[in-house]
Design a protein around this ligand. Structure first.
Ligand code: NAD
Length: 358
């Protein structure tokens, strides 16, 4: 297959970690007979420096014309004093919006070789953890109406609105069902239907849509407060977890934390088409930028998700995942996941070892 990949390396460690992911993608292309071409584009602080804005129009146009987008990270102290709409992070929100990406998928996986990185007790994580949070990304309370007013009796008062439509719920349910079909065929849908009207609609539509269109996928419901507790009590019970924007924001951070390491976790954002945006969940880590010490694995796994979810290449995805596992099992570590008796390597060497293991 021929695929054209837009690369937004961004700032800080962004260029180092995307370079590592590209090395691995080139190895996959070589092994499986594909042709991947890479187009480097500016977004974030580097775009502000080069053209005065975080998301140049050319970047938007070229991303839309690509088969998928690989992102490093944006931001850093150099641009922190700029006004909100001129900051690097504005580029990130802008590209998600321009590409119509309404779903965010964040797998939180605890690798067997890194079991001691989890803050949970060993018996809770002995069978591994892999929670895939499917979060609705462009609706709900973060985008609903809000306001402030002076109440006669209570003083300054503020309000936000949680609002969901059938269309918004159906399209995110489709993403979760398609993912579940490739995995355990089970979804846990998280809401607060005992209190919120929007959650009652969420629950009804998730069930009717999934039953009608994906009868092989089983959907169970869980209240958000119970889910927060269950993630630390029995994380192995979760596979695909479907939820709204705010609940997903909170639960995906909790799920990531139980796996212990920010340098290992990837995420994807998808819309109606197959073109998505794939990135590590961490930021640009300015404290370690340019030192060849960053962990490239989150970005390498983001590239693997691109192969599976945008290019329908499950074998190639599995090959990268297996290579990461092999390298970790062999005791090779970057500084963030280093422990006694292991072999310390830099960002470039870690990527090289993973590419070699494919
Ligand atoms: P961060 O994720 O960049 O760093 C937090 C800590 O984790 C740091 O100590 C860093 O060294 C470490 N770390 C992060 N990624 C690592 C990796 N791959 N390997 C080893 N260690 C790693 O978060 P922060 O320090 O709060 O933010 C730094 C900048 O990144 C800010 O400008 C912020 O706005 C931006 N940011 C960007 C994104 C994005 O582009 N999607 C996301 C979050 C933060």
């Amino acid at each position: 297959m021929n695929k054209h990949i837009a690369v937004l390396a961004g700032d800080g460690i962004g260029p180092e970690i995307t370079e590592g992911a590209i090395l691995v993608l080139k190895r996959v292309a070589e092994k499986y007979g594909h042709t991947f071409t890479f187009e480097h584009l500016l977004m974030g602080g580097c775009a502000i420096d080069a053209c005065g804005e975080p998301l140049p129009q050319t970047t938007v146009e070229r991303c839309l014309a690509s088969d998928s987008v690989l992102l490093g990270a944006v931001g850093g102290p150099k641009w922190d004093s700029l006004p909100g709409d001129k900051r690097p992070e504005k580029g990130l929100l802008g590209i998600r919006k321009a590409m119509g990406l309404y779903s965010n998928i964040r797998p939180a996986k605890l690798w067997a070789a890194l079991a001691d990185a989890s803050p949970l007790k060993a018996h809770l994580v002995q069978n591994g953890i892999e929670i895939i949070v499917v979060r609705e990304l462009t609706g709900g309370i973060y985008f609903g109406e809000r306001g402030k007013y002076e109440d006669e009796n209570m003083g300054e008062t503020a309000w936000d609105t949680e609002k969901y439509s059938v269309k918004e719920i159906e399209r995110i349910t489709r993403i979760a069902c398609e993912l579940a079909q490739k995995r355990s065929k089970k979804i846990i849908s998280v809401d607060k239907a005992n209190v919120l009207e929007s959650s009652r609609l969420w629950r009804k539509i998730v069930h009717t849509y999934a039953e009608k269109n994906y009868p092989d996928v089983e959907v169970c419901d869980m209240l958000v407060d119970n889910t927060a507790m269950q993630i630390v009590k029995n994380p192995a019970q979760f596979d695909v977890l479907l939820t709204s924007n705010m609940f997903g924001d909170i639960l995906s951070d909790e799920a990531a934390q139980v796996t212990g390491s920010i340098g290992m976790l990837a995420s994807s954002s998808l819309g109606d088409g197959t073109c998505g945006l794939y990135e590590p969940i961490h930021g640009s880590a300015p404290d370690i930028a340019g030192k060849d010490v960053a962990n490239p694995i989150a970005t390498i796994l983001a590239a693997a998700m691109m192969l599976r979810d945008s290019f329908d290449m499950p074998k190639e995805y599995a090959a990268i995942e297996c290579a990461v596992s092999k390298v970790l099992e062999s005791g090779v570590r970057t500084a963030d996941i280093m422990s006694e008796g292991m072999q310390l390597v830099g960002c470039r060497e870690m990527a090289r070892r993973i590419a070699e293991a494919i």
